[in-house]
Design a protein. Structure first.
Length: 240
């Protein structure tokens, strides 16, 4: 499998499953047989993941990425042995870091849920092709990772503007929008992955979706108030 297929969620899932260390081996940089140069993407993803690991309190040395050709079996064996030795020194996941197993799972779940949002916000950096290893450590800073979570957006559908067109509900990748014919839509904040798709696809003539930063979304309207009565039907019912 091309290392370009390695997703941030795969790495986080490994740690969620209590794997003590993750080792990624890919083709040499600039020798990828695909035009996408997926190994650069994998490198950037690993560098980002290391910063996320620091953010939640995990030792970033639990993740390692190496590049080599298929002819370098000796190098592969040496780097794997070295990594295995390093992980043994660090110890079981979370123990050396002083993290309670349940607390660690909660933190990993929170970050994993936000993977689509994180990849969207950092998409330009994830496609960088930095050849100098000395510059890798500077691709992502701890300050920008902290800002990433501090400025985490929330999305809310204004019940006064929603026309129940169902566009956002159909396009939501997380199935986080409660919809229905002639029913004001509601975003399930627990399911929401902060991708902003609802904001992008909401018809401009309605502009019902709001992006909130640093604010708690208002509570959803009561179920009995979700029904939208169209003007024509309202007048018809009054005449009857």
């Amino acid at each position: 499998m091309c290392t370009g297929r390695v997703d941030l969620a795969f790495i986080l899932r490994s740690f969620h499953n209590q794997i003590d260390g993750v080792y990624i081996a890919g083709c040499r940089l600039d020798e990828c047989k695909y035009v996408t140069q997926g190994n650069y993407y994998a490198l950037n993803m690993a560098l980002l993941c290391k910063k996320l690991m620091e953010y939640i309190g995990l030792n970033p040395d639990r993740l390692r990425i190496e590049f080599m050709s298929s002819a370098e079996g000796t190098r592969f064996a040496e780097t794997v042995s070295d990594f295995t030795k390093k992980i043994r020194e660090i110890g079981p996941l979370g123990v050396k870091e002083g993290l309670d197993p349940n607390q660690l799972k909660v933190k990993l779940n929170q970050v994993t849920k936000l993977v689509p949002y994180i990849k969207m916000v950092k998409k330009q950096k994830l496609i960088n092709r930095i050849r100098d290893p000395e510059q890798w450590k500077d691709l992502f800073s701890q300050e920008e990772i902290e800002a990433l979570f501090r400025e985490l957006p929330s999305y809310y559908i204004d019940p006064e503007k929603c026309q129940a067109c169902m566009t956002c509900a159909r396009r939501c990748p997380a199935d986080a929008i409660l919809s229905g014919k002639n029913l004001i839509h509601i975003i399930d904040q627990v399911k929401c992955i902060k991708c902003g798709t609802c904001l992008e696809v909401c018809p401009p003539k309605f502009s019902a979706v709001l992006k909130l930063i640093g604010e708690t979304p208002p509570p959803p309207i009561p179920e009995e108030k979700r029904k939208i009565v169209r003007k024509g039907k309202e007048e018809s019912s009054k005449e009857n």
